[in-house]
Design a protein around this ligand. Structure first.
Ligand code: HEC
Length: 224
């Protein structure tokens, strides 16, 4: 279907109940009714309003994401991160622990020798969770999106998610955020899903993927 964008940058839109609570905009919508939907970006400011019977397919979602990003890039012309990494969906490899084979280490509470199988298992299991996170990151349905939008549509390869800068104060939230808080904020806006359980499989996988993609970048909490 073709989306029609009714208006932008407007917090008060006909048919959408929008309340401003502590700096955050909360939109509610009766899913049964065919009323316009306001989708807000991760910055807590940029928004677009969609026609009723809103996005269903990933292509519809891409149109929503592109519209939001066009609005945001107009305000932040220096930010070209998605151009740099678009078309590159690559997983970053985990640390190679093979030099530990044959060494003594504590495993499950007892001293033993690290085997090649241990090293392979650590790598396989770790990268499995990261790969799972990549799938969730790219899947509007698993993110619970009501507008067919997924994270990769604006953050290819998890670019510009800056997990190394958490915890830090986020004005959209009005408090110090952990990475998971910001992930959930983005799940609500612009993905328009329900917040994920913080210890649930989707959140754990997303955190793993986003962090893995920033391998090699020094931790620098609080950095803007
Ligand atoms: C429609 C485009 C769009 C979508 C979809 C989107 N984001 Fe964002 N995201 C942005 C923009 C633009 C910013 C930068 C906002 C700012 O700087 O104020 C951002 C910021 C973030 C940040 C903060 C980065 C920092 O510097 O600390 C995180 C983390 C993040 N997004 C994660 C996600 C996740 C996870 C999803 C999916 C659940 C998602 N985003 C979906 C556009 C998007």
């Amino acid at each position: 279907m073709k989306l029609s964008i009714l208006s932008t940058k407007s917090a008060v839109v006909l048919g959408v109940l929008t309340a401003v609570v502590g700096g955050a905009v909360v939109s509610t919508r009766d899913s049964a009714s065919a009323e316009p939907v306001t989708v807000m970006l991760c910055d807590g400011e940029t928004q677009v309003t969609l026609n009723a019977n809103g996005p269903v397919t990933a292509d519809d979602g891409r149109e929503v994401a592109a519209k939001l990003m066009a609005e945001w890039l107009a305000k932040n012309p220096q930010a070209q991160w998605e151009k740099d990494v678009r078309e590159r969906h690559r997983l970053v490899e985990s640390h190679d622990n093979s030099t530990l084979v044959g060494q003594q280490s504590v495993q499950e509470g007892t001293w033993s020798t690290v085997t090649a199988l241990d090293v392979v298992t650590w790598k396989r299991e770790t990268e499995k969770l990261v790969a799972e996170g990549a799938l969730v990151f790219h899947d509007g349905k698993r993110l619970g999106s009501t507008v067919a939008v997924s994270c990769d549509m604006c953050h290819p390869d998890a670019s510009n998610t800056h997990p190394e800068t958490y915890p830090k104060f986020q004005s959209q939230l009005g408090r110090v955020a952990l990475l998971r808080d910001m992930i959930n904020w983005c799940v609500e806006h612009p993905v328009r899903g329900k917040p994920l359980a913080v210890d649930g499989p989707e959140m754990r996988a997303l955190e793993a993927y986003i962090t893995a993609q920033r391998k090699g970048v020094p931790l620098d909490y609080g950095k803007r």
